[in-house]
Design a binder for this molecule. Structure first.
Ligand code: MIC
Ligand code: SF4
Length: 644
């Protein structure tokens, strides 16, 4: 039996475990990346491990999230990360150099290699045939130290692309179509692999848009073949020597096959407040638009920006619309300037932002009250834009640019002839904003710079024999990490200060949550299906840990978040019978008797609801390694015990 692309990449990096669905496997990691919002914590964890130099082939730290610098906090964190990189053997991508995923694809990604990043959109690398995963900061720290990365062996899904996109229909519309069909839960436990004749019609940046937003499916990752188109891209980046060919075997077996005829697609939009609430733009109607934001790691490539510039050329942004544009990288920005496209963007009245995440993570450009915002980003969770009642639609750059001109939601096909953009034969290469580390001999001369906002990792403790605690919060299905630990300009600066950031934990669901937890000293959170979807931020586990949360009991978990809970030593449990969700209420007194022993023996956990007198069963399906971590009190304690 032949292999899928993902299976080939797994097989060539397999350290432990069996390649069968549901089993835990360990992978050797070739490359890592971090961004600054998760990076400070990841490097504090790396330092705590005491490894002098990173052991990966390549590790890069990017500064792209917290670039607003409304106080000293972010700038201090940037200095800290820069000094860690210099000393411990990492490359440092300076603020202004671009969004991690865009820059990594341009300058560092290599087909056939494994990559983990402390950001959920790390699968962008799958656009050039990397096996790339989003992970918690602790997992990235372990990989930097040469440790193995563990995942559950996923099911294989093949998305078969046929035909070719019609004018004005974009790669964004392809991934929106996949989201429409599979939903934000549809990819959990799966790798989404793209194949078929249609693949040959897609450039690398188009493929990267698709693998990027595969994160919104809940998928482990997404991957494209590495072919002549990949080779041409690598060559244009001056890196042809790094190219290898990768394709699925003709007799590869998939668990699921999805057929998409590219010719039949039309412009789509994800409506508020979920990336899978997808409708045809033509169906939505010409509603008034207040804001359009173009950029983010999903849609900020040179080709995207050139298309936008061609649409804006000679026109003016509608008087009632604010249009912001953030090129994805310095390379993109510089090339836009050189070819004159930037002048067209400026002349039209766009507000040009620095090459960073910006509005995507609520760092500025929050829409007006109840404002309708068309964004080329990947997430439109409620409140993420910074405006609680903002109505965010996710669209292609074409739809956003055209609507910014007309002032109403507009199907771009109404605009006449579509711009045709050819990929450059050579990108402008200037890596002067990427700082290399010093040599091993010089590393002792580098001092680590620590600002006053950097506080230590919260205290952990071994799992108790019995957990007795009250329900501190009960939430519904599809709770995102933006609900658990919101981001945005006010809260992001606190990412290296867990005590301070904990004050904002779950406040979007219940402002009294942090205070209630502190008063109780310990607690349990109850939730629905797909709990913890979205971002990889381990702060969504570390803040609850700091607030004394001992267990999270839900219908089902999202992949990265459940790993982060285990890493933090918080017990993640699921209802044996989903209907039992209704048998627990806020404030109930719960007991999990002999939970330590039961977990150790691999037995289901019993829950006694003292408030109702009922007893129910919970699943505790953990690997041996996960059990050991939970008993020890999380990954840091586990690693310390292993090194004793
Ligand atoms: C996001 O898009 O939500 C982020 C901000 O990039 C996060 C990481 C973070 O919370 O720092 C992600 O996607 O992992
Ligand atoms: Fe940055 Fe937004 Fe991409 Fe997250 S999704 S990495 S915030 S651009």
């Amino acid at each position: 039996m032949g292999y899928t692309i993902a299976q080939k990449l797994i097989a060539s990096h397999l350290v432990s475990g069996e390649m069968k669905a549901g089993a835990e496997i360990g992978l050797r990691i070739d490359q890592t990346l971090t961004q600054d919002a998760t990076g400070t914590m990841a490097y504090l964890e790396f330092e705590a491990m005491g490894v002098p130099r990173v052991k990966t082939e390549l590790s890069v730290a990017y500064i792209d999230h917290n670039t607003l610098q409304t106080g000293f906090e972010n700038a201090d964190d940037h200095r800290y990360i820069q000094s860690v990189c210099k000393k411990h053997g990492l490359y440092f991508s300076r603020p202004g150099n671009g969004i991690c995923h865009q820059v990594h694809l341009e300058r560092f990604g290599i087909p056939g290699k494994t990559l983990i990043g402390s950001d959920s959109h790390t699968p962008t690398g799958g656009g050039i045939g990397m096996l790339a995963f989003g992970a918690g900061g602790l997992d990235v720290a372990v990989a930097m130290g040469g440790g193995t990365y563990y995942i559950t062996y996923p099911k294989m899904v093949r998305v078969n692309l046929t035909g070719a996109l019609k004018p004005w229909v974009a790669a964004k519309d392809i991934i929106l179509e996949v989201l429409r069909r599979l939903s934000v839960k549809g990819g959990v436990g799966k790798i989404i692999e793209y194949g078929g004749e249609g693949v040959k019609t897609l450039t690398v940046p188009e493929r990267a848009t698709i693998t990027n937003m595969g994160a919104e499916l809940g998928a482990s990752t997404s991957v494209f073949p590495s072919d002549d188109i990949t080779r041409a891209f690598m060559k244009a980046q001056g890196r042809e020597a790094d190219w290898v060919e990768l394709s699925a075997d003709a007799d590869a077996v998939y668990d699921e096959i999805v057929e998409i005829d590219l010719t039949a697609l039309e412009p789509l939009a994800a409506c508020p407040h979920s990336p899978d609430a997808v409708k045809k733009v033509s169906e939505i109607g010409e509603i008034k638009v207040d804001q359009c934001c173009i950029g983010s790691c999903t849609n900020s490539s040179l080709a995207d920006m050139l298309k936008v510039a061609a649409i804006l050329k000679g026109r003016t942004v509608h008087p009632d619309v604010s249009l912001s544009i953030a090129p994805g990288s310095k390379q993109v920005y510089n090339m836009l300037a050189e070819c004159g496209a930037l002048a067209d963007i400026i002349a039209a009245g766009a507000r040009v932002l620095e090459c960073a995440c910006g509005p995507c993570i609520g760092m500025g450009q929050s829409p007006n009250s109840h404002g309708i915002s068309l964004r080329t980003f990947n997430r439109n969770f409620e409140g993420r834009s910074g405006t609680a009642d903002g109505q965010v639609y996710l669209v292609s750059p074409e739809t956003a640019a055209v609507s910014a001109i007309t002032g109403v939601f507009t199907d771009p096909r109404k605009m006449g002839e579509a711009p045709v953009i050819a990929m450059p034969e050579k990108f402008l290469i200037n890596d002067n904003m990427i700082l290399p580390p010093v040599s091993v001999e010089e590393m002792d001369t580098v001092e680590i710079v620590r600002g006053p906002n950097i506080k230590p990792f919260p205290a952990t403790a071994p799992l108790k024999e019995t957990i007795e605690a009250d329900v501190m919060l009960k939430v519904e299905d599809n709770i995102t990490t933006d609900h658990i630990m919101p981001a945005g300009a006010k809260i992001l600066p606190l990412r290296s200060n867990i005590p301070a950031i904990s004050e904002h934990c779950f406040v979007r669901c219940d402002p009294a949550f942090p205070g209630r937890c502190k008063a109780a000293g310990s607690g349990i959170v109850v939730g629905g299906a797909n709990y913890g979807q979205g971002s990889s931020r381990e702060h969504a586990a570390l803040a609850p840990l700091y607030l004394g949360i001992k267990a999270v009991i839900v219908k089902s978990f999202a992949r990265i978040h459940v790993a982060n809970l285990i890493n933090a030593g918080i017990l993640p449990l699921t209802f044996k019978n989903e209907a039992d969700y209704d048998r627990i209420s806020l404030g109930d007194k719960l007991v999990l008797p002999h939970v330590r022993e039961r977990i150790q023996k691999g037995e289901p956990v019993v829950l006694e609801n003292i408030s109702t007198g009922e007893t129910l069963e919970l699943n505790a399906d953990f690997s041996e390694r996960q059990v050991a971590m939970l008993l020890a009190g999380g990954l840091l304690d586990y690693t310390r015990e292993m090194n004793k």
